[in-house]
Design a protein around this ligand. Structure first.
Ligand SMILES: CCCCCCCC/C=C\CCCCCCC/C=C/C(=O)SCCNC(=O)CCNC(=O)[C@H](O)C(C)(C)COP(=O)(O)OP(=O)(O)OC[C@H]1O[C@@H](n2cnc3c(N)ncnc32)[C@H](O)[C@@H]1OP(=O)(O)O
Ligand SMILES: Cc1cc2nc3c(=O)[nH]c(=O)nc-3n(C[C@H](O)[C@H](O)[C@H](O)COP(=O)(O)OP(=O)(O)OC[C@H]3O[C@@H](n4cnc5c(N)ncnc54)[C@H](O)[C@@H]3O)c2cc1C
Length: 671
């Protein structure tokens, strides 16, 4: 069966791996990206960008200062903007995303938040009077914007943000002010140096009454000189763990006046005479965050895929140690521990991307509903995207770190691309709402679902399984080798665990309430259990999505995807075995069975491991990893990469000449 990546001159071990492929890698790639045409388009973009001198990096960014990296990224951004249509359909979200990844990379660029949040906020929340003026100019990039919500003192708890927007009826303006040091906006991406406007989240005050957080469009810099306007202090917050090429910024506003129409008023409104009309759903103002949380799944699935590609290809190329005496050194991918470290990450990357596809469909349906005046899909989507954002970012972070360690010493080098990848990806656990906080949003929803299920009320999409009758005892290991029934038995077991954990958390909460605690204090006493239930529920949702995609996949790729799904489900069940055992739903014998099946899965997947990661179809530019390169010619590339280090420009470093040599000389003369 064809693996389409084979080329002459490649590392022979990688070629050998590709020859054992049992499926058509292009079929799987096309399935992952929605169609054969989408796959071809991605490849065309990659090809054109790779040959274009505007996007060449003579010195890898690993060896440049932050300022130089920002300059190089800004230059490439300009080229993408001016020449984007030479490479792709600039109105196609996925083509643009791919172009940006190929041309610029993942560490941030001047327009990341402009496209990622500023425009979506205006499009989703502003009304016509404002959008007619600002959106054409923002699309034309006369206006570049950030999404400035988080403050130095508050990010998670939006209700306590301190920046104020006070309505002045006399002039029909809002006065926007930063009253304290901790009220300074702090963290927003591209706020520091690149943006001349921002959507700023402020507490709305009318007639002395605090109404709550609302968004306002504020001009920060002169459109001609780019200097900050009077009353505005803005700058970069300094170096951080990663996202080196993003100017996360600070902002203080000194009683800045903006016209009434600058409030984003598609949902909540303030009339000229100061009458406030609330939105049709209280949290529609938070819509941009739901949008980003949903779309983060795709990015984080791809981040984990990158790490899995690097670790798998490198493990096929590297030979070290022997499994039996008297035979040559083995590829490290033959070690069971290596497979156990890496293969679940491959499966999880597929699972995340497939889950994203389901969520995207739900998100589109929700937006259609809102346009027709219905918000009934929002609570379910908010609850599940809050859980998914948290589980996926955490899962991807752990997975990338496993892949990095699986590459041994070279994984610790920036040459592997993995330290930077981890730094960028792990930020997702924090931004768009810290994970522990967002899981509680999911848990709140589960508590309502428990109550509805007990009362026999209808249950919405993500919690529909709460209404199923549990069989009391798991069918795991009792399906006589029927793979479809075995998968169903594992899904049922996970659903049982999520439901039980939710019911138990609800009972614990209630008990504390009966013991005299307020509902809120009682909640804080059970949040660890609440979040546990939310995580298991979210993992059930992912497992169901993966299962649905596999069972509806084309026959040509279904066998390999079924193997991958088996590994995924066995791994998830073993990882959550304590939840399955706790109430006796599963026995110890059943867990031992799951483990033995998992080890069989590792062996089954071994011949297809490289082909499964090849099917993610990430180019060498996207991987940005000496270890993960398609041709597997790792060692020579590693040496050439190291040669580019600034420390190697001279044989004797000035620092050595200035301090170390005189010290050696002094010591020598003492003898
Ligand atoms: C062509 C162009 C191509 C290029 C395209 C590129 C595009 C890429 C796309 C995406 C990637 C973009 C990359 C961007 C990188 C991101 C950078 C980071 C940005 C940020 O971090 S922005 C700041 C984010 N901040 C947060 O997330 C804050 C978190 N906090 C909150 O959300 C809230 O404070 C809260 C939800 C935790 C609590 O809110 P609140 O106190 O008001 O409410 P509660 O009392 O808890 O709940 C009451 C009630 O409301 C429900 N609820 C809450 N939120 C929502 C919601 N969003 N939607 C619906 N319902 C909501 C909650 O469940 C409660 O319901 P019940 O009363 O229980 O029924
Ligand atoms: C790379 C990056 C990019 C960002 N980009 C933007 C941007 O473009 N725009 C923007 O506005 N912001 C941005 N942010 C800010 C980001 O949204 C916030 O940092 C995030 O929402 C977390 O809020 P916080 O910093 O207030 O954390 P905190 O809430 O202070 O969290 C600290 C700890 O307190 C815990 N905690 C807080 N509240 C609770 C609770 N109720 N229950 C239990 N535990 C709790 C948390 O779990 C965490 O362990 C960015 C941040 C990063 C790292």
């Amino acid at each position: 069966m064809p693996n389409r990546c084979i080329k002459e001159g490649d590392n022979p071990d990688l070629t050998k791996e590709r020859k054992t492929c049992t499926f058509d890698t292009d079929e799987l790639t096309a399935n992952l990206y929605g169609s054969r045409n989408n796959m071809e388009r991605r490849r065309e973009i990659t090809k054109k960008i790779s040959a274009d001198p505007d996007f060449a990096d003579p010195i890898p960014h690993d060896f440049l200062s932050r300022e130089k990296c920002i300059e190089a990224t800004a230059k490439k951004t300009k080229a993408v903007v001016q020449r984007g249509s030479e490479f792709c359909d600039v109105t196609n979200y996925y083509e643009m995303l791919h172009l940006i990844n190929e041309a610029i990379g993942i560490g941030g660029y001047p327009l990341a938040l402009h496209y990622g949040m500023f425009l979506p906020a205006l499009e989703g929340q502003a009304e016509k009077e404002l959008t007619d003026d600002i959106i054409p100019r923002a699309k034309n990039l006369e206006v570049i914007g950030a999404y400035a919500q988080t403050e130095m003192g508050h990010g998670t708890n939006l209700r306590e943000l301190e920046t104020t927007a006070t309505y002045d009826k006399a002039t029909q303006e809002f006065i926007i002010n930063t009253p304290t040091r901790s009220a300074m906006k702090w963290w927003p991406g591209n706020l520091g140096k690149m943006s001349n406007y921002a959507v700023v989240t402020c507490q709305l005050f009318i007639d002395g009454r605090k109404i709550g957080p609302h968004n306002f469009l504020v001009q920060l810099r002169c459109e001609k000189t780019h200097e900050p306007l009077p009353g505005i202090i803005v700058g970069d917050i300094g170096p951080k763990m990663a996202f080196d090429t993003n100017d996360n910024g600070f902002l203080a506003l000194d009683n800045i006046r903006v016209p009434r129409k600058n409030m984003l008023m598609k949902h909540a409104k303030v009339s000229p005479d100061g009458v406030y009309t609330p939105p049709m759903h209280a949290k529609l103002n938070y819509g941009t965050m739901v949008y980003v949380r949903a779309h983060m799944l795709y990015a984080h699935g791809q981040f984990l895929a990158t790490a899995a590609i690097v670790a798998t290809r490198y493990s096929a190329v590297r030979r070290q140690g022997r499994i039996e005496h008297g035979v040559p050194e083995v590829q490290i991918l033959d070690y069971q521990t290596q497979q156990h470290r890496i293969f679940p990450q491959i499966a999880r990357a597929y699972a995340i991307i497939f889950t994203y596809m389901d969520i995207k469909d739900q998100y589109d349906a929700m937006i259609k509903g809102i346009a027709e005046g219905q918000t009934d899909l929002l609570p379910d989507l908010h609850a599940i995207t809050s859980g998914l954002k948290s589980v996926v970012t955490h899962m991807a972070g752990l997975g990338i770190e496993q892949c990095r360690m699986a590459c041994g010493g070279h994984g610790y080098s920036d040459a592997s691309g993995l330290p930077k990848l981890y730094g960028v990806q792990i930020g997702g656990c924090t931004y768009e709402g810290e994970n522990m906080v967002m899981l509680q949003q999911t848990a709140r929803y589960l508590m309502k679902a428990v109550a509805s299920a007990l009362q026999g009320k209808p249950l919405s999409h993500s919690v529909a399984y709460f209404g199923k009758k549990s069989s009391g005892k798991s069918r795991i290991g009792k399906e006589g080798g029927d793979i479809a029934r075995e998968h169903e038995a594992m899904l049922e077991a996970l659903e049982h665990a999520a439901c039980r954990l939710s019911v138990e958390a609800s009972q614990m909460w209630e008990k504390r309430g009966r013991g005299g605690e307020t509902k809120e204090r009682a909640w804080n006493g059970v949040t660890v259990e609440m979040n546990r239930a939310a995580r298991v529920h979210t993992r059930v949702f992912m497992a169901r999505s993966f299962h649905r995609r596999v069972t509806s996949s084309p026959p040509s790729i279904r066998p390999v995807l079924t193997d991958l799904l088996s590994l995924y489900l066995h791994y998830e069940c073993v990882d959550m075995a304590h939840h399955l055992l706790e109430d006796g739903f599963c026995s110890g014998e059943q867990i031992r069975y799951l483990k033995s099946r998992l080890y069989e899965d590792l062996t089954t997947l071994r011949p297809n491991a490289v082909s499964l990661v090849d099917s993610f179809d990430q180019s060498d530019r996207e991987l940005n990893s000496v270890l993960g390169r398609r041709d597997g010619n790792v060692y020579e590339a590693l040496y050439q990469w190291a040669r580019k280090s600034e420390l190697n420009y001279t044989d004797v470093l000035p620092a050595v000449q200035k301090y170390v040599m005189p010290m050696m000389e002094e010591n020598r003369s003492k003898l």
